[in-house]
Design a binder for this molecule. Structure first.
Ligand code: 3PG
Length: 393
């Protein structure tokens, strides 16, 4: 696979796919990390004399323009971060947009409107891909967050532009995540949290093949404990996955992977507005209360497992962390992982939010910008973005 640092883009118009799917409150960008992470790629292309036509999706509009999903606020923030003008196109294809793209001089930047305002984007429609391809002489994909989507701007467009390559962010994600799986320093510890086992089954199974220890926390752990025969009150449980959860624990034992679940909990009755009612163990959970965070004994146990790790992969919170009453387990975990001297790799929206809130982003080796793509990469699934670029090399 080729990357931007191997290509001469001087005097070329670069069509660059990025993932600017950033959280918005009205027109305010709540977290601009994805924009910041794209800057080295943008700057490299601009410094080398290219002009840039940047495209992205934002949210999940239903194939038609919707003002709340406009990329206009992103254009404003990008201009601030880049320190140069960013023109905003009224659409992402069509004669007017093409004229704007063709009018760009080296060093100039045009941001296209949300790709998902057209149904052809998510359908990977060849006509839409062809229209998009008209906007660049060279195609660069730096959208790791969207690399698991076989969409027109990720896959289809590569059929119609000769020179295609990955950006610097795509390269970094590929190298860090690939290295962690191919050649991990040991002991290798995976920490998987979050609400649902169903959304993480693939990654749990895939990581069992790789790791020395696995910690499962968050509401997911309830399904595992219930599978072991414990009562979990009104806690979130996926009853249809009890057998699957048991099979994972059996497999871990057979493979010699040490498997850890929380041993004590902070309980409550309402994850959002509620208060913590106390610390309990599994033997002791009232029928009308739910597990909402891990307790101090779990923290001590997990810290022992994590502190001497050679490699840590962490995805997902330990509890209902949006409510400060149930955030301590995730905060403690963030501190422990942040103190590990080995390789520490994090990913997923909630995990990134915890790290941002703690102001600890510089304490980890690598924080992936991917959500679903991060999980699919670790599951060992083929990512359409990488396949499309590899086919061009
Ligand atoms: C993400 O935020 O995970 C990516 O931008 C992909 O978004 P999507 O799940 O709407 O395709």
């Amino acid at each position: 696979m080729k990357f931007l640092d191997e290509l001469n883009v001087s005097g070329k118009r670069v069509l660059m796919r990025v993932d600017y799917n950033v959280p918005l409150k009205g027109e305010t960008i709540v977290d601009d990390n994805r924009i910041k992470q794209s800057l080295p790629t943008l700057k490299l292309a601009l410094d080398n004399g290219a002009s840039l036509v940047i495209c992205s999706h934002l949210g999940r509009p239903k194939g038609a323009p919707a003002p709340e999903f406009s990329l206009k606020p992103v254009a404003v923030r990008l201009a601030e971060l880049l320190g140069r003008e960013v023109r905003m196109a009224p659409d992402c294809i069509g004669p007017e947009v093409q004229a704007m793209a063709e009018g760009l001089k080296p060093g100039e930047v045009l941001l296209l409107e949300n790709l998902r305002f057209h149904p052809g984007e998510t359908k990977n429609d060849p006509d839409f891909s062809r229209e998009l391809a008209k906007l660049g002489d060279v195609y660069v994909n730096d959208a790791f967050g969207a690399s698991h989507r076989a969409h027109a701007s990720v896959v289809g467009v590569t059929e119609y532009i000769k020179d295609c390559c990955g950006g610097l962010l795509l390269k970094k994600e590929w190298q860090y995540l690939g290295e962690a799986l191919e050649n991990p320093a040991r002991p290798f510890v995976a920490i998987i949290g979050g609400a649902k086992v169903s959304s993480k089954l693939g990654i749990l199974k895939a990581l069992l093949e790789e790791v020395d220890s696995m910690i499962v926390g968050g509401a997911m752990a309830n399904t595992f404990r219930k599978a072991q025969g414990f009562e979990v009150g009104t806690s979130l449980v996926e009853d249809d996955l009890l057998e699957e959860a048991m099979a994972i624990m059996v497999e871990a034992r057979e493979k010699g992977v040490k498997f850890y679940l929380p041993v004590d909990f902070i309980l409550g009755t309402d994850p959002k507005g509620g208060i913590a009612s106390g610390v309990r163990t599994y033997q002791d959970i009232p029928a009308d209360e739910m597990i909402l965070d891990t307790g101090p004994a779990s923290h001590t146990l997990f810290a022992e497992v994590i502190k001497n790790a050679g490699t840590v992969i962490w995805n997902g919170p330990m509890g209902a962390f949006e409510n400060p009453a149930f955030a301590q387990g995730s905060i403690n975990l963030c501190r422990v992982v942040g103190a590990v001297s080995g390789m520490t790799i994090l990913g997923g929206g909630d995990t990134n939010v915890i790290v941002e809130q703690m102001g600890m982003a510089d304490k980890f080796s690598f924080i992936s910008t991917g959500g679903g793509s991060f999980l699919e990469f670790l599951e060992g699934k083929e990512l359409p973005a990488f396949t499309a670029l590899e086919n061009k090399s």
